[in-house]
Unconditional design. Structure first.
Length: 252
């Protein structure tokens, strides 16, 4: 009976972890460029089988074989709905591309196109990260009439101000999320980075979050029911153990 408690407890922990992911998706339903996450779980048996290399660590006949654990999350990279804003500093990326930003920690990447101008007139994110051009330098805006073409060329009052650097990755699902709509790429992932050829920019639009609220709410509801079911299992086992102890204590 004791293994049953561990299995149910593991299920409750996994449910909590999944709920956290779904809640984060819902919270970012109005965040430009946000990509919804899906938690992936794995049973304890293959986890132990993979980790246990020596006999004293893992014995297949006696090792626990039930329960699950959330091992990682995968992003839904599908294009979110486009929203027309009319703001010339808003750009939506149509395709798998990412805009390159300058940060204190090095280059970072984003799909959020809700851009603005900082105090010095540089094209930047609301958090102050400057947008890099194809020459590796931030793009400075000096003028009033701003036009951004589909290939990222920025003209101000008819004069070229640079070209927004947009890149694509061979394995974009392996980018690391850092918050504030920023992604970082390891050296391995950067080896598969190249200038965008399948993406285009659309001025005056924003790509909205691809979170599907009805789907997330259904997942939250099912997760709550799974959590409650595991709670009932633990309560039932606890009651059974209690009765067993009482009955054994009465013998003799």
């Amino acid at each position: 009976m004791i293994p049953g408690i561990y299995i149910s407890a593991g299920g409750m922990i996994a449910s909590e972890q999944r709920q956290s992911v779904y809640a984060n998706n819902v919270a970012n339903a109005s965040t430009a460029g946000y990509k919804a996450l899906t938690p992936v779980q794995l049973g304890f048996y293959p986890l132990f089988q993979k980790a246990g290399e020596s006999y004293h660590v893992y014995v297949p006949k006696t090792a626990p074989g039930g329960g699950v654990k959330v091992v990682e999350t995968f992003p839904d990279l599908s294009l979110g709905p486009l929203k027309q804003t009319g703001n010339p500093l808003n750009i939506a990326i149509q395709g798998p591309g990412y805009i390159v930003l300058q940060t204190s920690s090095g280059e970072r990447f984003t799909r959020a196109g809700d851009l603005t101008l900082d105090a010095e007139g540089y094209l930047s994110t609301p958090q102050g990260y400057r947008v890099l051009g194809m020459n590796g330098q931030p793009i400075q805006i000096q003028g009033t009439e701003i036009n951004i073409s589909s290939d990222g060329n920025v003209t101000v009052d008819g004069v070229s101000a640079g070209q927004i650097r947009c890149v694509e990755f061979k394995n974009p699902e392996r980018l690391t999320r850092e918050g504030e709509n920023l992604y970082s790429a390891s050296k391995e992932i950067q080896q598969g980075m190249q200038p965008a050829t399948k993406s285009s920019l659309r001025q005056g639009y924003l790509e909205w979050s691809n979170t599907k609220i009805p789907t997330e709410m259904i997942r939250v509801t099912l997760g709550l029911r799974a959590y409650e079911a595991n709670q009932r299992v633990i309560s039932a086992i606890d009651e059974s153990i209690g009765r067993l102890i009482e009955q054994v204590g009465l013998v003799g």
